[in-house]
Design a protein around this ligand. Sequence first.
Ligand code: NAP
Length: 499
Amino acid sequence: MAFAITQTCCADASCVSVCPVNCIHPTPEERAFGSTDMLHIDPETCIDCGACADVCPTDAIFPVDRLVGSDRAYAQINADYYADDEQALEWDPPAFPTSLPSGRRPLDVAVVGSGPAAGYALESLLTTNTRVTVYERLGRPGGLLRYGVAPDHLATRRMAERFAAHHLNPRVRVRLGTEVGTDVSHAELQERHDAVVYAVGASADRRLDVPGAELVGSLSARTFVGWYNGHPDVPQDAVDLSTERVTIIGTGNVALDCARILLSDPDRLAATDIAPHALAALRRSRVRHVVIAGRRGPADASYSRGELIALQQHADFRLVVVETPGVVAEIGTAGPNSKASWLAGVPTRPVAALSEPPTERCLILLFGSRATSFGAAPGGRIGTARLEVSGSEAAVDVTTGLVLSSIGYRGTPVAGLPFDDVTGTIPHQAGRVVDPVTGSLVPSTYVTGWIKRGPSGGIGANRLCAHETVSAVLQDAADRPPRRVSAGRSRGGSPGRST
Ligand code: NAP
């Protein structure tokens, strides 16, 4: 009986490296890698050895005959991937970072950040002769794994344990509560360490620039996510759930996470490590409708299939699609490889349903819609979202007491480093930071994760990204003569706490 990969696939390709018969695709060497939601096991080739399941960091791989509930669909989803003859399935052996020359003192590396990008970088660095100091701004490590991943995505959150285990390595020191630019400068890190790797993620949001976006009750999805995950920067009273309808702008996986948390039975969430103040507020919540408004059609939604399937099967609410002009036809005629086809069979509702008092818990997908303004209710809080719907003459005014802009994250500058204000990233060449004005490399300075490539891709996408950066770190170290250590220089020495 073959194995199959299921919803929680993080696509970090750990499974690809151990498969003895090359039956997991796309591999990192194949063109489709990074553009598919997940990896797939070829049931015809799988020899049922289970090596992939043993190394899967998110427990996403099971024998087909042990799939239960909504996971049963993944037997077909895995097989369907191989029904497409055009998939390029060539195999190259996996590559590993360069090793440092033997006989040298260990390479001393600073990793700034402690989220998944930092975790994969640390894991990769520890495969060779290095010692690493992790600098983390917050008082607890984990970054996006602790404060970004939804609490009901238990398997993905468990990856934090895998990375935290590296913090116990005697070659690793962790300095919590230490912010680069405030507690320690980039120049000081360059002086203390042979290399500095920034894995600081994307800690701001893209802003929705429409009238009324500044009203009370208009929040970024990042604030909402930080609220339910207990992020120390988000006040416990940041979210008011006394409204019956929430509107979310954007159709990415973050939008789906927010909607799912808003509509899930709090008793189900109580079994997760959701922040206690958020659970208490959700128990009192009046929210019944969550409208996800996307400007493009169902073929171009940003969410991934696994996340949508989980909503279709969710026991606590109903998923529906609004019958905007052309949408039902687009779903009905979509080819099997179109995202629109994933919505076949999902019930539809007329546009008027957006204005009716909610009777049951519903997650409502509204495609082809653009928020043009938000209006205030008596008292000044947000009260309506005006949405233009493509193909309709009149705009729709959706009564809503909370709007979440879920239109993507954005990186922020690091003091002392170049920054590309358009992409919100630090300019680099294969992970080496570059000054865009002079075109020269910034000495011993590297980036990985969202601050390097922008805020896209799930947790596992950071593995190959870190691999490239760490390869650059090790290659540069191997190419240059060993650095002299000044007398009395102590390692670390910042004002931060160590774990
Ligand atoms: P995203 O996937 O980039 O989605 C952003 C959404 O915002 C898109 O629907 C986009 O629409 C819309 N948008 C952008 N600018 C807009 C504007 N000015 N007005 C209206 N809509 C606008 O971002 P995300 O949801 O924040 O997710 C970030 C990354 O984390 C993604 O790679 C995601 O897959 C990953 N993630 C994964 C999981 C998971 O696997 N479970 C969970 C959370 C996050 P257009 O398409 O029209 O541009």
